[in-house]
Ligand binder design. Sequence first.
Ligand SMILES: [Zn+2]
Length: 68
Amino acid sequence: MDTLSYAMNIFNGTYTDERGWKHYRVNGKSYDIRMHPMTLEWECSCPAYKFSRGNKTCKHIKSIQEKA
Ligand SMILES: [Zn+2]
């Protein structure tokens, strides 16, 4: 288990980095989903997010937004 995953387990699956991004994980996936509380921007490291420049979302971001 890498350090980030270990830290995220401690903090209930989320982790806030030194730049203020709040990181999430989706069960069973290694994608890094993050949200900035100041700008409310969402980003995901999956290919679907990278190729959807226009709408700036993906199913991982949506699934976390629905739970929040
Ligand atoms: Zn994604």
